[in-house]
Design a protein around this ligand. Sequence first.
Ligand code: SF4
Ligand code: SF4
Ligand code: SF4
Length: 309
Amino acid sequence: MVNELKEIARTLLEEGKVDVILAYGQGSFPFRSIPIFIEKPEGVEQMVFNPFCHHNLAKYIPQERDKRIGVVALGCTSRSLAVLLQEKQIARDLLHIIGVACPGMLDVKKLEDMVNLRKVEAIREDGDEIIVEPQGLRLNRRELLFDSCQLCPYPTPVLYDEIIGERREGVGGFPDVEEMEKLSPQEREDYLNERFALCIRCFACRLTCPSCYCKECFAESLLPRFVSHQVTMEDSRVFHLNRAMHLAGRCVSCGECLRACPLGVPMFILHRKMEKSAFELFQYTSGLDPSQPPLLNTYSPNDPDPEGE
Ligand code: SF4
Ligand code: SF4
Ligand code: SF4
C-alpha cells in the first residue's frame, strides 16, 4: 500500500497540484509513526504506512489552510475533514484527499502486555496476524486494535479524491456508553468524578483533537475565567464537560484524545455519549456530509426536548 501512496504523492508534487503532502513517516521505534510534511517529490521516500499510523492528520490542516494540501486520510480523518469543511475552516478546492481504507490501528499498550517492546526490531503483518520480530511471535490483529478502531463505524473514508486499500464495512454501536448508562445517577457521577480527579489539565487531549482549533480556548480565557489554574477535580470537571459540549456533533471518535493523554484519563467516554445522543435525538452522525450544516448551528421547532418542555 505504501508504494501506491508514494506514487500518488510523487505525481501530485511533480505535477504541481499540491504544495505539500501530509502523510505518515517512521517514528523512532518500530511501533511508532509520526506525521510528516513533504514538499519535494524526493521526500515521498520518507512515507510509511503501517499498523501504527493512527494520527488523525486533519489536525494539521487548519494551520496550512492557505496552501494546496494533499492529505492521507483514514476513515476517521476523512470525517474530521468533513467537519472542518462544514465549519468553513478549509476550502475543498485546496484539498486533495488521498483516502486509505483503514484496516484498523494497533494499540501499543495492548502489544506491550504481550511482548517486551525493547526487544522488538520489526513488526510485520500477515493476514489477520501480526508477526513480532525477531521473536517470531504471531498475534491476533483484531485483539490488538485500539478500542476505538474495534468499534469504528467508517473505516473506509467517506470523502476522498482517490482511494486505495480494501474497502470494508464498519462496526458501530455504543456498548461502552451503554455500560455507563446502566449506572445510577450517583454511580455515574462518582464514575466521572474519579476520572476528572486524575486529570492534570495539560490539554494534550485538546491539542491533538482535529475539532479543537479555537485560537483561544475557554479553558485558558482570563476574562471571563471559566477554569482556574489550580489542578482540582472541580476545575477539571468544568473543562471536560464544557469540552464535551463543544464537541457535540463534531467528534468523530478517532480516539486521538485518549491516546495523547499522558495519564490515560478515559474522558473519551463523554464524547462518545454526546455522539450517541446526537444520533438518538437528531439522527445526526458527525462528519458524514460536508454540505450539511453543523448540528449545533441548526434549530427546528420540532426538535426533541428530553426535559419535556
Ligand atoms: S477509528 Fe476507524 S478509520 Fe480511524 S484509525 Fe481506527 S479503524 Fe481506522
Ligand atoms: S484528560 Fe489527560 S490529556 Fe486531557 S488535560 Fe487531562 S491529563 Fe491532560
Ligand atoms: S474528541 Fe477525541 S475522539 Fe473526538 S475528534 Fe477529538 S480527538 Fe477525536
